[in-house]
Design a protein around this ligand. Structure first.
Ligand code: GLN
Length: 206
C-alpha cells in the first residue's frame, strides 16, 4: 500500500548476538510477525525498527559490548528512541543502575530502574511461574526465571507490567520493554507480540 509507514507490516528487529538465546528470540519474533536479524556490529543497528537484548550474563555481554565497540552506539540508539526489549541480562543492561553487579560492569542504561542482579537467591536460582503481564491478553504467561534479576526500584515514568509475588519482573518505559524472565523459551510468543506491537506503534508514528 502506498504511503504506509515502512514497518506497518513486518518490522525488522535485531537481536544482539554476542551471547544468549539469539536463535530462540529470532524464532519468537518471526512467529510474532517481525523479521529477526542477528546483530554483532554497530553498522548493523542501522535500519532496524527495534532491538532485543537477550539473556545471558550481563557482565560478559557488557564486556563484549566494549570489545565490539557497541556500547556507545547502543546508548545512542536507545537515547534516539529505538524500541528495545531486554530480557533478564537484557533488563540489567537497560537499567540505570544495578545492585550486586560487578563494579566495572558496563550498562547501556536508558530505563529508569534499579535492578538487583541474581536477586531471587541461591535456592531458587531458576524457577517457573505463571504471571499476569499487563498488555498481554489471554491469561497468564508461563515465565521462566534463570538467575534472574528483579526491579528493586522503578521511576515515576515506568509502568510495572508484571510481578512475581511482590517483586517487579516486567516493566515498560516509553520505547523500552524489559522482563526478568525469558519469554523466548516457552513457545508462547505473546510477550514478543507485545514488543512487535510497540515497535509498530512507535515506528509507524514517525
Ligand atoms: N544472572 C545473569 C546476569 O547477571 C542474568 C541471567 C539471565 O540472563 N538468565 O546477567
Amino acid at each position: 500500500m502506498t504511503g504506509a509507514p515502512p514497518c506497518a507490516g513486518r518490522p525488522t528487529i535485531g537481536v544482539l548476538a554476542l551471547q544468549g538465546d539469539v536463535r530462540e528470540h529470532v524464532r519468537a519474533l518471526s512467529a510474532a510477525g517481525a523479521t529477526g536479524v542477528a546483530v554483532r556490529r554497530a553498522a548493523e543497528l542501522r535500519g532496524l525498527d527495534g532491538l532485543v537484548l537477550p539473556g545471558g550474563e550481563s557482565t560478559t555481554i557488557g564486556r563484549l559490548l566494549r570489545v565490539f565497540d557497541l556500547l556507545e552506539p547502543l546508548r545512542a540508539a536507545v537515547a534516539g528512541g529505538l524500541p528495545v526489549f531486554g530480557s533478564c541480562a537484557g533488563l540489567i543492561l537497560l537499567a540505570a543502575d544495578v545492585l550486586d553487579g560487578r563494579p566495572d560492569q558496563p550498562l547501556v542504561g536508558g530505563l529508569d530502574v534499579v535492578v538487583r542482579r541474581n536477586a531471587f537467591g541461591r535456592q531458587s536460582q531458576s524457577f517457573e511461574l505463571d504471571v499476569e503481564v499487563a498488555g498481554v491478553p489471554g491469561g497468564p504467561v508461563h515465565a521462566v526465571f534463570i538467575r534472574a534479576p528483579w526491579v528493586e526500584k522503578a521511576g515515576d515514568g515506568v509502568d510495572v507490567l508484571a510481578r512475581a509475588g511482590e517483586r517487579i519482573v516486567a516493566v515498560r518505559q516509553d520505547h523500552l520493554l524489559a522482563t526478568a524472565f525469558h519469554p523466548e523459551l516457552t513457545g508462547d510468543t505473546r510477550v514478543h507480540g507485545l514488543f512487535v506491537e510497540m515497535v509498530r506503534e512507535l515506528r509507524g508514528a514517525t
